[in-house]
Ligand binder design. Structure first.
Ligand SMILES: C[S@@+](CC[C@H](N)C(=O)[O-])C[C@H]1O[C@@H](n2cnc3c(N)ncnc32)[C@H](O)[C@@H]1O
Length: 415
C-alpha cells in the first residue's frame, strides 16, 4: 500500500470514530461499507483531509454560485443508510447520484446479488459519477442521466428508494416503483422545514418509521419548486423563505422594518439544543416561514438577534407585519448556553404576531417538549377525517396530502 492510500485509510478510520462519537452509534453494515469505500476517490478535487472531514464537499455550482451538487456530509450519508436498512440482494434506486459515493456504498451493501440504479439530473455531474464509480471498480452501478422524479420503470420494482436531494412531494413514480414491503427514504420539505423520513406503505398511505433533521440541496427538474425568498430592510436585514405557495403582500412587507420592534419574552429558557420539533409546532401558525437575519444588521442594532447563532430563525408574517424568534442568554456555559426564547415583531401588527409566536413557544414547552413526529403521505385528498382531526399539521401538495402526527417519545429507536 502506498503512502497516500495508508493516509486515506487512517482518515477513514478517524471519520468512523468521529461518527460513532457524535451519533452515539453506527450500524455495523454501514460502518463496514464506509470503511471500505474510498470517499476521496469521489471528490478528487479536494484534499484527503477535506474528503474525510465532517462537512459536505460542494462539487458543482450554478452561474450564481449556488451549490447544485455535493458529496453530502459523512454523518448525513450514514444516517440515511441506517434509516434505509439496505440488505444484501436488495434492488436499490438512488435519486441524485452526485459524486457517486453513496451509490458505491449502496453497491457494497447490496453485494453481488443486488443491483443499484442511480439517477442524476445534471449531465456533467452524472459523467463525473460514472468516472469515479469506474475508478473505484463499481462499473456495475447503473448511472442514468435524467430526472429522478420519474424513477426508472425499466429497473423497478425497488426494495429501497433513497432520494438525496430535497423533495417537496412524493411523485407517484416513487410509490409505484416501490416493491411490496419496500422502503422510501427522502429529505422532505414541509412548510420550509426538512426532515429525512423513512417511509413504508401502510394501506393507502406511506407512514414514516423514523424521522431525522438535516438539510439538502433542493431537487431540480419536474419536482422543483421555486422557493420565495423575500428580503426586506437595508442589509437586506431579513430574508423570509416562504414555502408551499403562501400568498405575500410584498409592498406592505417592504415597510415592516420602518418601526422599532416590540419584543415579548417567554420565560422559557433551555440549552441551545432545546428546540426539537418546536419548528413543526410553530408551523401550525398562519404565515409561518423560515427567516434569515443578517448578522451585520444585528451588530448594527437594527434588528434583534435570531434564535440561532448562524442567523436562522422561524417566524410568521401577515400583511405588512413580521415577527421572528429571538433569544437572550440567561446562563450556562459558552459551549452550552442557556437561552430564553422571545419573539420580536415589526410592522403595524408586529406586537400581535410576536405575542402569537411567544404563546406558541410557551404551549410547546407545556405540551410538546419531547414529542416525536410521524409523517403520513396520503394520495391527495384521501386523508381520512380522523387522521386529519388528530394531526398537528396538514399540508397539501400536488400529489399528496401530508399529515404530521405527534406522539410521546418512545424509549426505543425505531428504524
Ligand atoms: C446532495 S447531492 C447528492 C449526493 C450524492 N448522493 C453523493 O453520494 O455524492 C444532490 C444531487 O441531486 C441531483 N438532483 C437534483 N435534482 C434531481 C433530479 N430531479 N433527478 C436526479 N438528480 C437530481 C443534483 O444534481 C445533485 O447532484
Amino acid at each position: 500500500m502506498d503512502e497516500s492510500n495508508k493516509e486515506a485509510e487512517a482518515l477513514r478510520a478517524e471519520m468512523l470514530d468521529r461518527l460513532r462519537r457524535i451519533q452515539g452509534h453506527l450500524a455495523e453494515d454501514v460502518a463496514g461499507a464506509m470503511s471500505v469505500v474510498p470517499r476521496h476517490v469521489f471528490v478528487p478535487q479536494v484534499s484527503l483531509e477535506r474528503a474525510y472531514g465532517a462537512g459536505p464537499v460542494v462539487t458543482h455550482r450554478d452561474e450564481q454560485g449556488v451549490a447544485i451538487s455535493s458529496a453530502s456530509a459523512a454523518g448525513t450519508v450514514a444516517g440515511m443508510l441506517e434509516q434505509a436498512q439496505v440488505r444484501p440482494g436488495h434492488r436499490v434506486l438512488e435519486i441524485g447520484s452526485g459524486t457517486g459515493y453513496n451509490a458505491a456504498l449502496l453497491a457494497h451493501l447490496v453485494g453481488p446479488s443486488g443491483a443499484v440504479t442511480t439517477i442524476e439530473y445534471d449531465t456533467r455531474v452524472a459523467d463525473a459519477a460514472r468516472h469515479a464509480l469506474s475508478a473505484y471498480g463499481a462499473e456495475h452501478v447503473n448511472v442514468i442521466t435524467g430526472d429522478g422524479t420519474l424513477g426508472s420503470v425499466e429497473d423497478a420494482p425497488f426494495d429501497r428508494i433513497l432520494v438525496t436531494a430535497g423533495a417537496w412531494d412524493i411523485p407517484s413514480a416513487w410509490r409505484d416503483q416501490l416493491a411490496p414491503g419496500g422502503r422510501l427514504v427522502l429529505p422532505l420539505r414541509l412548510r420550509g422545514l426538512t426532515r429525512v423520513a423513512a417511509f413504508e406503505r401502510d394501506g393507502q398511505a406511506l407512514r414514516s418509521l423514523s424521522v431525522a433533521e438535516d438539510g439538502f440541496i433542493p431537487m431540480q427538474g419536474i419536482g422543483a419548486v421555486a422557493e420565495q425568498n423575500v428580503s426586506i430592510g437595508p442589509g437586506p436585514d431579513l430574508t423570509l423563505r416562504v414555502d408551499d405557495g403562501q400568498p405575500m403582500d410584498y409592498a406592505a412587507l417592504a415597510q415592516a422594518l420602518d418601526r422599532a420592534p416590540s419584543i415579548v419574552w417567554t420565560g422559557v429558557s433551555a440549552p441551545w439544543a432545546w428546540t426539537e420539533n418546536l419548528d413543526f409546532w410553530l408551523a401550525t401558525l398562519p404565515g409561518f416561514c423560515r427567516i434569515f437575519v443578517d448578522q451585520d444588521a444585528v451588530a448594527a442594532g437594527r434588528v434583534p438577534r435570531p434564535k440561532d447563532s448562524w442567523g436562522g430563525s422561524w417566524g410568521v408574517f401577515s400583511g405588512g407585519s413580521v415577527a421572528y424568534l429571538t433569544a437572550r442568554r440567561t446562563g450556562g456555559s459558552d459551549d452550552m448556553p442557556m437561552l430564553e426564547a422571545g419573539a420580536c415583531g415589526f410592522g403595524p401588527d408586529g406586537t400581535k404576531l410576536a405575542r402569537a409566536l411567544a404563546d406558541r413557544v410557551t404551549s410547546w414547552k407545556r405540551e410538546a417538549d419531547g414529542i416525536e413526529i410521524t409523517i403520513e403521505a396520503w394520495p391527495k385528498g384521501d386523508l381520512p377525517a380522523d387522521h386529519e382531526a388528530g394531526a398537528l399539521l396538514v399540508v397539501d401538495k400536488a400529489e399528496n396530502t401530508f399529515a404530521v402526527q405527534i406522539s410521546e417519545r418512545t424509549a426505543s429507536v425505531k428504524a
